[in-house]
Design a protein around this ligand. Structure first.
Ligand code: DLL
Length: 447
C-alpha cells in the first residue's frame, strides 16, 4: 500500500482547507464551553468563538504555552471528565512537574491512525515486523508506535528502549524488517554491530524510524551505513498527541516530513514577536489540534524551531516541515551569540575525519561563558596515523590532527561567530544513548 488513508493524504488542498475550517469552528465552540482557561484567555483578548471562521483567523487567538499546562497541572486543561478518558501520558520536564496529557477513545484512534500513516510513509507494510525500541511508559513513544503498528497490521515486538544485548539478539533472531528508536540510540546500535562484527547484510532490517530528538544528515548517513537501513524521520510531541505529528516519506528523505494537517494545524511564528511568518521562513512551530477531544490545544507553542512549506510535497498534499534546528529553550546564548547545538553538528559533518558524535560543554570563568566542543575522530583515521595519544597537547600531535584542530576551530568561528575550544577524542569516548533521548550539551554554569 502507498498510503494508509489515501483519501485524506492526497486530498486536494482546497478541500483540506474546508475540512480544517469546519473542524476549527467546532473546536473553538467546544473549548469555550468546556475549558475555563480558554474562555478566560479569549475573553481577555476580546475574541469570541464566532470570530473564528477558519484557520486564517487563528492569529487572532493567543498562544497556549507550556507554563499554562504547568499552571493547570494535572488535569485543568482537560475538556472532558478524567473518568471519560482512557489513557494518560506525561512528559518529564527538565524541571519540576511533568506535563500531563489525556486521551479519549477517539483520541487513541486518531493517535493510532496518524502513526499508521507515518509507518506507511516510512516504508512499512502490513505483515512486517516492527522492533519497537522506544520506551514504554508515560513517554508517548513506546505505546504510540505500538498501537499504530498494530492498526497497520504489523507484528509489533514491544522490546522498549535500552537493553542493547536484547535489541541485538532480537534483530538477529526475530529478523524484523523495521526498527524504531531515537537517532542517538540507532547510532549506538550501529556502533555495537560494528564492534561485534555483525554485518548489516546478515540482518533483515531495512528501515529505521527515528525521532524524539533532533538529528542530522550526518547521523542519517551513519545509521544507514551502519545498520543497512533507510533512516526516516518521525516527529511529534506529547502535548499534541505523541509520535506521528509528522513523518518523512522514505522515497523523499531529506526533503521534509509531512504534517498530518487534517488533525494538527501548523503555523510558524517569529520567536520574539509571535507574528506568523511566511511559508519557508524559520521560526517557532505552533500547533492547533483540530480533532482531539480530551485535551485539545489551540496555538500550542512547541518551542521547536523549523520551517514549513508545500514545496517538495510530491506524494501527498499535506504541508512539510524541515528538520528541527533546535528548541527555542535549548538555545544557548554565549557571549551574546545565539547558538543551537545542531549548528555545531552542521560544521562537524563537513569533516570526513570526524564522527557525528559530539558534546558541547558550557562553563563560566568569572563573568564569561565559555564553550568547548568535544568531538570523536574516526577510528580509521587514528589507525592510519599509528594511534597517537589524543590526550597530549595538540601541538605534539601528528600534522593531520593538528590541522584538524585548527580547521575545526576556524570553521566554527567563521560559520557561527564563536570561538570554541576544541578537543578531539577517541571514538566511543563521548556518552552514548542508553535507549532514550540524548543530551548533547553539558551545562556546568549553574554548578
Ligand atoms: O518525543 C514523541 C515522539 C516519540 C516523537 C517517538 C517521535 C518518536 P516528547 O517527549 O513530548 O514527545 O518530546 C517532544 O521532542 O517538541 C521536539 O523538541 C523533540 N522531537 C520529537 N521528535 C523529533 C524529531 C516525543 N523527529 C519534543 N526531530 C519535541 C527533532 C524531535 N526533535
Amino acid at each position: 500500500m502507498n498510503y494508509f488513508n489515501p483519501d485524506v493524504e492526497t486530498m486536494p488542498l482546497d478541500k483540506l482547507r474546508r475540512l480544517q475550517d469546519e473542524r476549527l469552528q467546532k473546536l473553538v465552540a467546544y473549548l469555550y464551553e468546556r475549558v475555563p482557561f480558554y474562555k478566560n484567555q479569549w475573553d481577555e483578548a476580546g475574541v469570541r468563538p464566532a470570530d473564528i471562521k477558519g484557520v486564517k483567523d487563528l492569529p487572532k487567538l493567543p498562544f497556549t504555552r507550556k507554563n499554562h499546562l504547568r499552571e493547570n497541572y494535572p488535569f485543568g486543561l482537560f475538556a472532558m471528565p478524567v473518568a471519560d478518558t482512557i489513557r494518560l501520558h506525561a512528559s518529564s520536564g527538565t524541571t519540576g512537574k511533568p506535563t500531563v496529557v489525556g486521551y479519549s477513545r477517539k483520541d487513541i484512534g486518531t493517535f493510532s491512525e496518524v502513526v499508521a500513516r507515518s509507518l506507511v510513509a516510512s516504508g512499512c507494510q502490513p505483515g512486517m515486523k516492527l522492533q519497537n525500541a522506544y520506551g514504554y511508559g508515560l513517554f508517548t513513544g513506546g505505546l504510540g508506535m505500538h498501537y499504530g503498528g498494530e492498526l497497520l497490521g504489523m507484528t509489533v515486538i514491544p522490546v522498549s528502549g535500552g537493553m542493547t544485548e536484547r535489541q541485538l539478539l532480537l534483530l538477529q533472531d526475530f529478523r524484523p524488517e523495521v526498527i524504531c528508536c531515537t537517532p542517538s540510540y540507532a547510532q549506538r546500535l550501529s556502533e555495537e554491530l560494528a564492534a561485534r562484527g555483525i554485518g548489516p547484510d546478515s540482518l533483515n532490517v531495512h528501515t529505521a524510524i527515528l525521532g524524539a530528538e533532533p538529528w542530522t544528515e550526518a547521523i542519517r548517513a551513519q545509521v544507514e551505513a551502519g545498520m543497512g537501513v533507510r533512516a526516516v524521520n518521525i516527529y511529534g510531541l506529547s502535548e499534541i498527541i505523541g509520535p506521528g505529528v509528522s513523518n518523512e516519506d522514505f522515497e523523499e528523505r531529506g526533503t521534509g516530513s509531512y504534517i498530518w494537517e487534517d488533525h494538527f494545524f501548523p503555523e510558524v511564528v517569529d520567536k520574539d514577536t509571535g507574528e506568523p511568518l511566511p511559508e519557508g521562513k524559520f521560526g517557532v512551530l505552533v500547533f492547533t489540534t483540530l480533532t482531539k477531544e480530551a485535551m485539545p490545544l489551540v496555538r500550542y507553542w512547541t518551542n521547536d524551531i523549523t520551517n514549513i512549506y508545500y514545496e517538495h510535497s510530491e506524494k501527498r498534499t499535506h504541508i512539510k516541515m524541515g528538520p528541527i534546528r533546535g528548541r527555542a529553550d535549548d538555545m544557548l546564548i554565549i557571549r551574546g551569540v545565539n547558538l543551537f547545538p545542531t549548528q555545531v553538528e552542521d560544521v562537524i559533518k563537513d569533516f570526513e575525519q570526524l564522527m557525528p558524535s559530539y558534546q558541547l560543554i558550557v562553563s563560566r570563568e568569572g563573568a564569561m561563558d565559555s564553550l568547548a566542543v568535544k568531538v570523536e575522530v574516526k577510528d580509521e583515521v587514528l589507525k592510519a596515523l599509528g594511534r597517537p595519544n589524543l590526550e597530549q597537547k595538540p601541538e605534539s600531535l601528528p600534522d593531520a590532527l593538528r590541522y584538524l584542530y585548527g580547521e575545526l576551530g576556524k570553521k566554527i568561528k567563521e560559520r557561527i561567530g564563536l570561538t570554541m575550544a576544541v578537543a578531539l577524542v577517541e571514538p566511543g569516548s563521548i556518552p552514548r544513548s542508553e535507549g532514550g533521548k540524548l543530551n548533547r550539551v553539558l551545562d556546568l554554569r549553574n554548578n
